[in-house]
Design a protein around this ligand. Structure first.
Ligand SMILES: O=C(O)CCC(=O)C(=O)O
Ligand SMILES: [Fe+2]
Length: 228
């Protein structure tokens, strides 16, 4: 999909609850390589190490009091532009990127993305596929582990989630080294022929760019009180 503009409705996942769009080849192999080399060129303190993955924040750190906006470098901002052109955030320009790195066997616990963001998640995948699972929330906050449905996210793909897929269902990535592409995957017919139903595919290191819009931002100002 390197020839923009496109009609996003052509990419709607009609086999999932509302609303998901999936673009298999959103970025080229050269762009994928460039993203990975820029991410790995970042200085070590740019990484935040969690118990089961590492992450980088670009654009600022989202916070309930607002985000102090930081300039996003051009190598990354070009993808915010490309997503902005799809017009999936009610005219708002994305201004934040969360980079997650998952080694084979790593994942992310069930969660919803919450109220710090405009309720559209856009995710570019690089380096490896992964399976993103969706769960029904439980009344008592116990974790319901059997996925209702899943998306296969190929390297170089873009996934867009909105509506009930943002607000209602929990999403997670299981801590696996390989994925069985079973009947729970709702977008397999939108993926390349490499991924066939019932195949088992081995994970490699995956880097995802979760690109969102943080509505509450301010630019940094130091208030030194009343200096006359
Ligand atoms: O890596 C992904 O695709 C999911 C990341 C995610 O759910 C998040 O950062 O909130
Ligand atoms: Fe998330």
């Amino acid at each position: 999909m390197n020839s923009l503009p496109c009609n996003i409705e052509d990419y709607r996942v009609i086999t999932a609850p509302e609303t998901a769009y999936y673009i298999s080849d959103f970025i080229s192999e050269a762009e994928e390589k460039a993203i990975l080399s820029s991410i790995y060129a970042a200085p070590k303190p740019k990484w935040t190490q969690l118990s089961n993955r590492r992450l980088q924040n670009w654009g600022g750190i989202p916070h309930t009091n607002g985000m102090i906006a930081e300039t996003i470098p051009p190598w990354l901002d070009k993808y915010l532009d490309k997503i902005h052109k799809l017009d999936v955030m009610d005219g708002k320009r994305p201004n934040h990127v969360l980079v997650n790195e998952y080694l084979p066997g790593q994942g992310i616990m069930p969660h919803v993305d919450g109220s710090l963001f405009y309720p559209t998640i856009t995710t570019i995948s690089a380096g490896s596929h992964i399976v993103l699972n969706f769960l029904e929330p439980t009344e008592d906050n116990t974790i319901n582990t059997s996925p209702l449905f899943s998306f296969l996210l190929e390297p170089r793909s873009l996934l867009i989630l909105q509506d009930k897929l943002y607000t209602h269902y929990l999403h997670c990535i299981e801590e696996l080294k390989e994925d069985l592409l079973d009947g729970s995957i709702v977008n397999i017919n939108m993926c390349s022929d490499k991924y066939v139903r019932h195949a088992t595919v081995t994970r490699d290191t995956r880097v995802s760019l979760t690109i969102r819009h943080v509505p509450k931002t301010s630019s940094f100002k130091i208030h030194l009180g009343n200096r006359r």
